[in-house]
Design a protein around this ligand. Structure first.
Ligand code: PLP
Length: 393
């Protein structure tokens, strides 16, 4: 069997329809949309059609959509608008590093007070703590990751936005993982800023969008030639924009609850098969979760070693940890949920898609227990240095 790819939260393959829509803008229609000639005007028209497609997915008007280079730029644009020393930004303890690192920098460089609201063992935001912090003066923005990339835990967005708005605080929503994996409406309609990314929704890499609600404050991150109504300078990534629009259109038109429930059934079968056979725990399974995501702790197993054994056995997934400067750090998200450092370092993320087949789940259920057994038989104790065992073949 060719490699089984269970890492769709990292990135997704281009759908053929998306590739086809982009093709013409990689070929004949290569003009600069800001030029005045007829060919360029056709490209401009195509960009505006894409904007309308993205707007439909996000429950917004086309004028509220700004194209960016991806989720990270969208998030940076939304957060870096806050520039007043002493201003407070509320965020969560389980953010993606695109928001986490940006907020760390804002605190250091601009004297912004970043207040991180805790999550419970289930991964859900502590709403009482949020309510308390919303009462404090000086809140400029609430930043919230809607569906967590590591655990799939989905925050109660409508309730959170309602609480923030009652306190007069606008909300930025990182919907990078939520888009395409769950219905965005009606909750999304109340958000003030929303970030999405092309490559997480079977679109191209290097393209994303930021939705900025009409009445909300905006300042651009990248100035230049006046593109995007002077909100994001730089000649447009036309094929990327067309691909993002098509990917959004396909979500709006097609991926209904039916597809999502078949993904959930496969994910549940994977989890049941593993928990029946092995000593392991599913993180966040008491909270509402994305249908495709499973974060599983295999106590006593080095996740990095497991990952390599699984890749050798034809299964691609990822760890719940991030490597920084060559040193393996336990995942912030998992430790915020109360996992020990050792357990966080023993966690793998499996992320499925509507392309995942039953045979692929069978393969995963066959190779994961074998890899766990092999690793346990050779590795050093979890507290010691990470030993990666890779059999010679
Ligand atoms: N936010 C979340 C939740 C993500 O999972 C990611 C990507 O992993 C990003 C933001 C960043 O998106 P991009 O890769 O388009 O910069």
């Amino acid at each position: 069997m060719p490699n089984v790819y269970l890492d769709h939260n990292a990135t997704t393959p281009l759908l053929p329809e998306v590739r086809e829509a982009m093709q013409v803008y990689l070929g004949d229609q290569w003009f600069n949309p800001s030029s005045g000639h007829r060919g360029a005007k056709l490209v401009r028209k195509a960009i505006e059609e894409s904007r309308a497609q993205v707007a439909r997915l996000l429950g917004a008007t086309p004028e509220e959509i700004i194209f960016t280079s991806g989720g990270t730029e969208s998030i940076n644009t939304a957060l870096r608008m806050v520039d007043q020393k002493g201003a407070r930004i509320l965020t969560t303890a389980a953010e993606h590093s695109a928001a986490y690192e940006t907020l760390q920098e804002l605190a250091k460089e601009r004297g912004i007070e970043v207040v991180s609201i805790g999550v419970g063992a289930d991964g859900l935001l502590d709403l009482e703590e949020l309510a308390r912090e919303l009462k404090v003066e000086g809140n400029y923005l609430l930043n919230i990751l809607w569906a967590n990339n590591e655990t799939g835990v989905v925050q109660p967005l409508a309730e959170i936005i309602d609480m923030a708005h009652q306190a007069g605080v606008p909300v930025h929503v990182d919907a990078v993982q939520a888009a395409g994996k769950m219905p965005l409406s009606p909750a999304i309609a109340a958000a003030d800023y929303v970030s999405i990314s092309g490559h997480k929704i079977n679109g191209p890499k290097g393209i994303g969008a930021l939705m900025v609600r009409k009445a909300r404050r905006f300042s651009s991150l990248i100035s230049g030639g006046g593109q995007e109504q002077k909100r994001r300078g730089g000649t447009e990534n036309v094929p990327g924009i067309i691909g993002l629009g098509k990917a959004c259109e396909l979500i709006v038109d097609g991926a209904g609850d039916e597809g999502l429930s078949s993904v959930a059934a496969k994910r549940d079968r994977l989890e049941k098969g593993l928990t029946d056979q092995l000593e392991c725990r599913v993180n966040g399974n008491e909270a509402p979760r994305l249908a495709n995501t499973s974060s599983i702790t295999f106590p006593g197993c080095h996740a990095e070693g497991l990952l390599l054994l699984l890749e050798d056995a034809g299964l691609i997934c990822s760890t719940g940890s991030a490597c920084s400067t060559g040193k393996l750090q336990p995942s912030r998200v998992l430790t915020a949920m109360g996992l020990s450092r050792a357990d966080a370092k023993s966690t793998l993320r499996f992320s499925l898609s509507q392309l995942t087949t039953d045979q692929e789940i069978d393969h995963a259920l066959e190779v994961i227990p074998k890899a766990v057994a092999k690793l346990k038989s050779v590795q050093s104790p979890i507290a010691g240095p990470v030993v990666v065992y890779r059999p010679k073949s």
